[in-house]
Ligand binder design. Sequence first.
Ligand SMILES: Cc1cc2nc3c(=O)[nH]c(=O)nc-3n(C[C@H](O)[C@H](O)[C@H](O)COP(=O)(O)OP(=O)(O)OC[C@H]3O[C@@H](n4cnc5c(N)ncnc54)[C@H](O)[C@@H]3O)c2cc1C
Length: 823
Amino acid sequence: MSILAPFLALFLATLLVAYHRLSLVVFTALSATLLVAVGLAGANLTATVVAGVLLALATLPLLITPLRQSAITAPLLKFYTKILPPLSDTEKTALEAGTVGFEGELFSGMPKWADLLAQPKPQLTAEEQAFLDGPVEQACRMTNDWDITHVRNDLPPELWDYLKKQKFFGMIIPKEYGGLGFSALAHHKVIQKLASISATLSSTVGVPNSLGPAELLLHYGTDEQKKHYLPRLADGREVPCFALTGPTAGSDATSIPDYGIVTEGDWNGARVLGVKLTFDKRYITLAPVATVIGLAFRLYDPNKLLGEEADRGITLALIPRETAGLEIGRRHFPLNCAFQNGPVRGKEIFLPLSQLIGGEDYVGQGWRMLVECLSVGRAITLPSTSAGASKLAAVVTGAYARIRKQFGLSIGRFEGVEEALARIAGNAYAAAALSQSTAAAVDRGEKPAVPSAIAKYHATEMAREVAKDAMDIHGGKGVILGPMNYLGRGWQAAPISITVEGANIMTRSLMIFGQGAIRCHPWVLKEMQAAQHPDPETRLREFDANLFGHIGFAISNAVRSWILGLTAARIGKAPGDAYTKRYYRKLNRYSANLALVADTSMLLLGGKLKFKEKLSGRLGDVLSQLYISSAMLKRYEDEGRPAAEQPLLAYAFHDSAHKIELALSGALRNFPIRPVGWLLWMLVFPFGRRAQAPSDRLGRRAAALLMSPSDARDRLASGTFLTPCENNPAGRINSYLPKVILAEPVERKFLKALKNSDIEALDFPSQLAEGVAEGWITAEEKVQLEELRTLTWDAITVDDFDPADLVSASLHRGQPAAQHRAA
Ligand SMILES: Cc1cc2nc3c(=O)[nH]c(=O)nc-3n(C[C@H](O)[C@H](O)[C@H](O)COP(=O)(O)OP(=O)(O)OC[C@H]3O[C@@H](n4cnc5c(N)ncnc54)[C@H](O)[C@@H]3O)c2cc1C
């Protein structure tokens, strides 16, 4: 037997143990057994002994705990404490807020898929379903988006009243306070449906149910505050807004210059201790109509009336609208989206301490309160809005592409249009799965800090991509605004979703990976905490346990990356059916890749990684796409593995996998330490980057699915407002699809007769009459073609206006021009 056999045995043992992530003891035992076996089988004795000595040298110091701790761990702990990136209080708060769900598994390099698949299928209660079928459907029917966005630049009064009466603003408020007490899933479905008819409507309902007075009061309010405000917020007697952003503090929200000084003042005729507030806030949704304004400011107590500290930190208060000195009511004009939004200002406004959210107990806790609550609202409002708009655009663009004919063919038959349709299908499918999965996480009791950032960023980006493709496919029909247009306002509103609740560039490059790497990593946070333990003995013991856990984890990820790369992820245990098993295996590979590259980046770049936004953005993309793919696979399982949905799943999955490989290769090609980048490349891409964008054939199947009625198409559209009524041209067009398809053979026959000059009349009615008279079509077919013509005209018609109708409303009222003031 070869001299190399003992070393080969050690190498195989290393691969086997690292791949399956077994312990050092198992590795030592297995290696020793293999060495004995190859020795007995006749391997070179000297080589076997050398290999055995090497094994003993490598493992014994690690297996003897006191030796390991003093000789290895202690110096490493010293070094680690030196390189540990200093965390600001803001970062600490962000890291400590929220929980870790399945995204932690994706960061583990070896996800436990059984955990994902064991999560219960999200389901509405009968009461929630009835609300969707009743009040939500009715609110959609009452919505005329053109009237809202062009004519009145607001919701009509009867719709405001209806929303309040039906408690749309109290979905997250428990029943004991008079709210609807809905699950996050129901909340998601309501916003999704409203967004499919009007972005103004969904934003108006979304904001009071997102991070703002109601949620903050529920978590931190005093009993008195809860009893007073929650019932009034639930039934719309109070309309809330929350004011954090100002002219100098946008993304960097902790830098707010707005302040309050603790002092005495008059309140309801009494002299009480309170706060004098000075602030300048802008972009505040619902502010122009709000009756109670949530405010974030920095509290100062120069006269030490509350305690010893003068700078008490960010604090939250509720300001009643009628408070003297409040400047409120003016509006911003956000891209023709007519939800109420405007500035709020105040100079030395007095509020009693009882108006601080949570009272004195929560003075200075404002940032923690906001961050703790942020993930829940962020997981729902914008992802659901994006999913609703994308799903609707997908099915209606599919219908339009079939109905609209050019060059004698449905435009959806042209490959260029088909390509855009397929992208829409994939994005809508992914956005739907993603937004539902983050809502479900909230219902499982999670505070999904990282998934909510992923969902916010990716769902809004997908919706923007869908809006762009849908506009392109509709051509002039998408561009010409008016009551017949169902896309233009959504297209205009897309950048709003991109900007709010954490602007997207920052969310991608700073938050997703920045929080994910530390929060979701199985060892990093524990190591950081252990290294800061005050007791030296516990510090060493805990750091030792976590450090060696981490080292084993890193070796395992390197080996798994390499093996799964060499085998193109064709091996390994994976759940799923014949169709999806390979997807799970691919994700196993990418999970190991992410863990390996993330670990290496954190180890080598330390605190500098925070400023390497291109690297962390790309690693954030990998984590995000892993999360999105998992959400899609879970949805596929929850739906009972529908074969008809496979083209959508496959398209979206391949798109995701392609994006993962692009992001990984971008990260490695640009890795700041080049030789490390090359080494990682060999482990991650031993045969180069292989994943391709979805194929043209797959794209054709996905696009075709949008252009013909089917269960899969209905499931994709489910939860959107498609009722074919006067104010819903999108719903009408969608409803025409079956009839249009049924009429296609007759239309072809008729067009052929026209083309061959068998029918010579010039106008449509005469052509039909001649067609019947000469036997080219039957009398029933004539009726069918007449109906087809009516439906087609409704689908392709655009609006035109009397010039006076497009004149600004203020000119109509005889005012010379809009009064404006710089905010
Ligand atoms: C229509 C609308 C409604 C809103 N509603 C509310 C509300 O109800 N209440 C409220 O308090 N606020 C609200 N906002 C404010 C919103 O949250 C802010 O607009 C957002 O935080 C971004 O701030 P900014 O617009 O000042 O952009 P900036 O902070 O100036 O950012 C500009 C760009 O720089 C990027 N950027 C900034 N820092 C970084 C970084 N470190 N790394 C990478 N990129 C970075 C951002 O991603 C963005 O692309 C609303 C805004 C709008 C437009």
